[in-house]
Design a protein around this ligand. Sequence first.
Ligand code: 5GP
Length: 179
Amino acid sequence: MESIQIKDKKFAISITEEQILKEVDRVATEINRDLKDKNPLFLSVLNGSFMFTADLMKRITIPCEISFVKLASYQGISSTGKITEVIGVNEDISGRCVVIVEDIVDTGLTMQRLLETLGTRNPKEIHIASLLVKPEKLQVPLNIKYAAMNIPNDFIVGYGLDYDGLGRNYKDIYTVINE
Ligand code: 5GP
């Protein structure tokens, strides 16, 4: 499908499944090479990264573990505003090599909070694997060691990413058409 309609928005195909899987392959090769003796714990951030996680993990051939986390955002009473709670980290991550598996890093604020939260649990090292990065939008310095693709500052759906709950099921990535 060259274009799709979701609610009020029209999207055009921008990254095909074939292009995505080529980059996922590359990232997996890098991780297999870099972390082979580290028994990494992959923490997949739901919901958006479920498709990326599945395709990535099929290509990871080193001993490793995988777990799934969710972020719950709520307004705190402190002046810092929004608080992000990480739900589902049941493993003891102290001393472990952790790889966060994310769908997209936009401003980077979500990832920064995730790193802060996980950092308090004394992991040995934390790496970021993100399917997509919007470098122009990044507001905080982040070392995204394993980035599959950089994209422009446009809203996208597909391959796990949604618009208002819809569109996660598409195998390709679509970019919104501004009318
Ligand atoms: P950040 O905190 O980096 O600004 O935002 C990260 C989150 O915003 C992602 O995990 C994702 O849920 C959402 N997001 C950012 N850009 C997009 C986009 O282009 N499409 C979709 N579907 N979600 C996005």
